[in-house]
Design a protein around this ligand. Structure first.
Ligand SMILES: NC(=O)c1ccc[n+]([C@@H]2O[C@H](COP(=O)([O-])OP(=O)(O)OC[C@H]3O[C@@H](n4cnc5c(N)ncnc54)[C@H](OP(=O)(O)O)[C@@H]3O)[C@@H](O)[C@H]2O)c1
Length: 300
């Protein structure tokens, strides 16, 4: 039986992913800031800021899936929060490499989360692909540093996969629940111009991509983890309304209101371009939910 170490397993993606890995027969080690009562796996603790990690977490592991990171949409982007967002991803990746080397083990694969924010908070007609450069904004820079820290595994002869993930649609909590709540109450509307694209992915497809990243030895480097069909914020809003059988009749929430509430972070709601799923599809990956309406109908 192969053993996978998952960081950030208590989060939105991690909980779904660990369930899938378990059904596929993997043993799971979980590495988190604290042990959680409701995670039925072997748990180990680390403190990224102090550079401390329980070395037992690495015993007998074949792969690491690195999901941990301070949530980018929680709290205003103060200097302190920005540092936390960066450190929780970059320092943690470096700490994992150090611990793997200290344990003297050879991993089959290191899979790191990344985000479509790599391409920048910008609204355009461009369809970004993996060969495009990272943007020079805050999230673009964080994603670049995060991916470069993951590349250090590759330089140590470990196959490395980086999944530039779009907005993950899950049945409860997460971005979809946040968008659906006001729509359900009859007060939902698009944000800003509504024309910004919102690259998205159904949680089941994302978890299958993580699984394939572990098992498909031909996979290496960055892959956009986004559904093949593109939708703007206005289209996502109206599709949620249709699925919930609610009218979305209110005018769009003006950009300045979001900037007042969220400060600099508002860009993640107000800007977005299309992102290509071509490279992951070229690996043979087949999306179960390539279309938004079917994905949302399944989730809601
Ligand atoms: N959800 C999305 O739509 C989406 C889209 C693109 C990219 N991603 C990326 O995918 C990864 C997982 O996403 P998610 O939605 O599952 O995130 P999440 O629900 O916010 O969970 C992330 C986990 O990271 C750990 N964590 C939080 N703050 C930390 C800190 N300061 N230092 C170290 N660990 C910390 C926590 O686990 P413990 O408490 O167990 O340590 C937390 O449960 C993240 O890196 C995220 O940026 C997510």
């Amino acid at each position: 039986m192969k053993t996978v170490l998952v960081t950030g397993a208590s989060g939105l993606i991690g909980r779904h992913l660990c369930r899938l890995l378990e059904t596929k027969g993997y043993a799971i080690h979980v590495l988190g800031r604290s042990k959680k009562n409701d995670l039925p796996y072997k748990q180990f603790v680390w403190d990224v800021n102090k550079g401390v990690v329980d070395s037992d977490a690495f015993e007998g592991i074949n792969a690491i899936i690195h999901l941990a990171g301070a949530n980018i949409s929680e709290g205003r982007w103060t200097k302190h929060r920005q540092q936390e967002i960066r450190d929780s991803r970059v320092k943690s990746t470096k700490l994992l490499l150090k611990a793997v080397q200290a344990a003297g083990i050879h991993l089959d694969v290191f899979v790191s989360s990344s985000a479509i924010g790599y391409y920048g908070a910008t609204t355009s007609d461009t369809i970004f692909a993996e060969a495009d450069s990272s943007a020079e904004d805050f999230i673009g820079n964080v994603c670049l540093e995060w991916e470069l820290s993951a590349d250090a595994f590759e330089q140590n002869d470990v196959r490395t996969v980086k999944l530039r993930t779009g907005v993950v649609m899950t049945p409860t909590e997460g971005p979809l629940a946040k968008m659906a709540r006001p729509i359900q109450s009859g007060f939902g509307s698009a944000l800003g111009s509504g024309k910004q694209f919102m690259p998205w992915i159904h949680i089941d497809d994302l978890c299958e991509i993580y699984l394939q990243s572990i098992e498909d030895v031909a996979m290496s480097g960055p892959y956009n983890a986004v559904a093949p069909t593109h939708a703007t914020n206005a289209q996502v809003t109206s599709t949620i309304g249709r699925v919930l059988n609610r009218k979305t009749w209110l005018p769009n929430v003006p950009a300045f209101v979001l900037k007042l509430i969220f400060g600099e972070m508002a860009v993640i709601f107000l800007e977005g371009s299309r992102v290509s799923s071509h490279r992951i599809e070229q690996t043979g990956f087949q999306f179960r939910y390539p279309e938004l309406e079917k994905a949302l109908t399944n989730l809601m």
